[in-house]
Structures are given as C-alpha cells and as structure tokens.
Design a protein around this ligand. Structure first.
Ligand code: 13P
Length: 256
C-alpha cells in the first residue's frame, strides 16, 4: 500500500445548485484559493453551467466535470446528454451512478455500467459512486454490496482504462446528513474496494487506483478522513459550494 503511487483527487459535486452567473462567481472565489494545490481539483457542475465553468476555469488547475451522461452517442433520449457532447466542449470528468441518481431516477448497476463504458469510450475520466444504505450497513452487507456495485460497474473496463476511473465510496446515510462515516469506517470500505480492484485486475492496478470518500466531508473532518491509507480524496457536496471550505479540503488533501 503506497499512497504516493496514486493521485489525490478532490472533486466538488455541486448537485442541482447555481446558475451560470453564480457558477462564475463561485469559481472565481475558488480558483485563487486552490491554485497551488498538490492534488487534482475538479468541479462537477449542472449541465447548464458547464460552459460558464469551463470559461471561468480556463488556464487554471481546476478541471470541470458533469454529473451524468447517457450511454448512447446520440438519439431519441429526451433530457439526456451524451458523453461525446461533454468532451466536445472540454469537459474532462463525469460522475456516474451517484446514489441520488440511483434512488430518484431509477439508475441501476446495469445502466451505471453502460454509462461508465460510454464515458470511457468518449475519453472522459469517470467518478463512479458506490455505497450502502443504512439498513444495508446494519445488516452487515456493506462490503458485499459495494463489491457487487463495483464489479458490475466495471464490466468491460480494461486495465489500461483504470487510470481514468476513480471510485467514490459514498455511504448513503452520510450524504447531506452531516453524519460522516468515521475515518475507520471510510478507510475500511475504501480498503475493501481496493481489494476488489486487486482481484478483478491485479495488485499493481489496485495500488495505483484512486478511491475517494464522500458524505458530509467538510473543512473540519477532511484531514482525518484523508489520513486513512486507502482514502485518496473526496467527493464533496455541500462544502463544495463554499469556497473557503472547499479550499480547506483541497489543502488537507495536498498535505496527505
Ligand atoms: P454532502 O457532502 O453534501 O454530504 O454530499 C456528498 C455527495 O453526495 C457528493 O457526491
């Protein structure tokens, strides 16, 4: 296990917040605060804000991501956005399989897998979300469930493509609740995910693979979570909407 082998990535998931004008304002606050980051920094914004975000982040160290993409390249899929449309405008990252999409929009492990494949084919870096509900944690099936989500999502993904895949472990009970997983819980499940990658591919691939924790990560608890040997970064919801808090998390990851 060697953290030096992999890149730390702090990504903001803005969810359904901010219009294009507000996007520019927030990014203009964030950019100077994170310009010396010693980790990768990504802002995943609503589709409507992508152009404004790309414009604001031009020439900076902040990459811009989307929060979903469809598996077909084009066609009759009202309301969806195709992966090549994202790369065409300069988007580099995309979140796939967020629990809010699984819970509210009928996303399944199979559709997550199709979206992951399409995103990789288009040249995007995928932030693949996995995580258990509270009942599942209480049933003691967290690691089995997260392993299954990981295996299905990565079907057909080749080892050489793993440099463009990040897994975000997001326990559903910790999202937007202010109830963070303990650093031990986060470290344990991120370690289990790394074990799955080692079994699916090999240990070298697993050692180089970036795994984030997400779920009420904030300026106060980030350093402790990021100190876990298997936690290489964070997927940040609420705290990514506050420039100073987000920058503090980036600083914590830069020191890791
Ligand atoms: P919060 O940080 O608001 O809990 O959200 C986490 C999340 O869902 C990031 O994708």
């Amino acid at each position: 296990m060697n953290k030096q082998l992999r890149k730390a990535v702090i990504a903001g998931n803005w969810k359904m917040n901010k219009n294009p004008e507000e996007t520019k304002t927030l990014l203009n606050e964030v950019l100077p605060l994170v310009k010396d980051a010693d980790c990768e920094v990504v802002a995943c914004v609503p589709f409507i804000d992508l152009m404004a975000a790309l414009d604001a982040a031009k020439g900076s160290n902040v990459k811009i991501g989307a929060q979903n993409c469809h598996w077909e390249k084009n066609g009759a899929f009202t309301g969806e956005i195709a992966a090549p449309m994202l790369t065409a405008v300069g988007v580099t990252h995309v979140i796939i399989g967020h629990s809010e999409r699984r819970t509210y929009f009928g996303e399944t492990d199979e559709t997550v897998n199709k979206r992951v494949r399409a995103a990789l084919d288009a040249g995007l870096t995928v932030i693949l979300c996995v995580g258990e509900a509270l009942e599942q944690r209480e049933q003691g099936i967290t690691e089995e469930l997260v392993a299954l989500q990981t295996k299905i999502a990565l079907q057909g993904v080749k080892e050489y493509e793993l440099s463009r895949v990040i897994i975000a472990y997001e326990p559903i009970w910790a999202i937007g609740t202010g109830r963070t997983a303990t650093s031990e819980q986060a470290g344990e499940v991120c370690g289990a995910i790394r074990g799955v990658i080692a079994r699916l591919y090999n240990q070298k691939a697993a050692d180089a693979f970036t795994i984030q924790y997400g779920g009420s990560m904030n300026a106060k608890n980030a350093a402790e979570l990021l100190a876990q040997p298997d936690v290489d970064g964070g997927l940040i919801g609420g705290a990514s909407l506050k420039a100073a808090d987000f920058a503090e998390i980036v600083r914590a990851a830069s020191q890791g």
